[in-house]
Design a protein around this ligand. Structure first.
Ligand code: SF4
Length: 351
């Protein structure tokens, strides 16, 4: 194995080849055409959890409307949120707006990753990206893309518990490989390499600018790196009640907002919340559905039940009766819409 990262001359050659490729092959991005701290900050916020092609038009419109931190700081929050509409994860828009206001209020821009980390919505990756790309600070970015490239370059077959463990594992190597002279180009080149050449499922080793340094390219299945340990799947069972009143209306539960994302979404009430002292009868089973959420495999069973009035809300949920006419208009959580249609069509799906 050619452990090039232990040899200063080879590290310099690696940095040189990577950057030379990037300067030629980089994709045209609106935030690369003209550089400023503000433009880099906006692009990094928009790119968190969002694809480059989705971000492009938003970025152009955003910087045309608010060209710098001062302009953004003076904007109304409702306009900021409206301009973000369609990008999702609105907390990013709020955090970006708050950051602009804080920078204007304090009259200075942070000059180090630690300074950027003090702002809400900025984690280690974004802090390193802004500092290196816009300010030339030697801080290595390490995200899933970089973990993938480094695992392959070093043919490291460690099985990580999750992406965070991979980031931790490779941070020292990423820092060791970082070009001190061109940290921004280097970081962007690593991201570009991960996005266009050393991709998740189909690495194009024949076109790779750093193939000469790569220990993984001769492995039978380099695309399998990095490895992640299989997660233990927890089995969960939830029994729910389908209650239809005489006028055709149906009872739903509005879970209390312990999980904010569930707010305003309705679902079939949990059986134990409606009939705490009664076990459902097997004959009353209408439908059985399975779904996976994170590391849980959930078996949901929906049983027919009967009631004459709406139960009082309890610690878990508030109960609402939805008229037959409104059943198509309400917003249901996850697969409950599909289940409701099947039940109303009289389709029993069990087992
Ligand atoms: S040679 Fe292949 S596996 Fe190695 S870094 Fe390049 S694309 Fe990735």
């Amino acid at each position: 194995m050619n452990a090039f990262w232990t040899n200063e001359t080879q590290i310099r050659d690696f940095q040189h080849d990577l950057r030379a490729w990037f300067l030629k092959a980089q994709r045209d991005m609106p935030w690369r055409r003209e550089r400023s701290v503000y433009r880099t900050v906006v692009s990094e916020f928009m790119l968190q959890q969002t694809q480059v092609d989705t971000v492009r038009p938003y970025f152009d419109k955003w910087v045309a409307r608010w060209a710098d931190f001062e302009a953004l700081a003076a904007a109304d929050e409702s306009d900021v949120l409206h301009a973000w509409e369609g990008l999702g994860y609105y907390s990013r828009a709020r955090n970006l707006h708050a950051l602009a206001r804080a920078i204007v209020a304090q009259g200075s821009i942070p000059a180090s990753p630690e300074g950027w980390l003090a702002f809400r919505g900025i984690g280690a990756y974004t802090a390193a990206a802004i500092s290196s790309i816009a300010q030339g600070v030697p801080a290595a970015v390490v995200d899933g893309n970089v973990v993938r490239i480094l695992a392959r370059l070093s043919a490291d077959t460690t099985a990580f518990k999750d992406n965070g463990a991979g980031v931790k594992h490779f941070s020292a190597l990423a820092d060791n490989l970082l070009s001190r002279k061109y940290p921004g180009d280097h970081n962007e080149a690593m991201m570009e390499l991960g996005a266009t050449v050393c991709t998740k499922h189909n690495p194009r080793c024949a076109d790779c600018p750093v193939a000469a340094f790569c220990c993984g390219k001769t492995l039978d299945d380099v695309a399998a790196l990095p490895r992640f340990a299989a997660k233990a799947v927890k089995k969960v069972q939830i029994d729910r009640a389908f209650i239809r009143f005489r006028d055709g209306s149906v009872l739903f539960a509005k879970p209390h907002a312990s999980a904010r994302r569930l707010r305003e979404l309705l679902e079939f009430p949990r059986w134990e919340n409606i009939f705490p002292d009664k076990t459902p009868h097997a004959e009353a089973l209408l439908l059985e559905g399975r779904r996976g959420i994170a590391s849980e495999s959930i078996l949901e069973r929906i049983y027919a039940g009967s009631l004459t009035r709406i139960p009082k809300s309890n610690a878990d949920a508030e109960f609402v009766k939805v008229s037959a006419d409104d059943l198509e208009r309400i917003t249901l959580s996850g697969p409950h819409r599909k289940w409701l249609r099947r039940i109303l069509q009289g389709k029993k799906e069990i087992g």
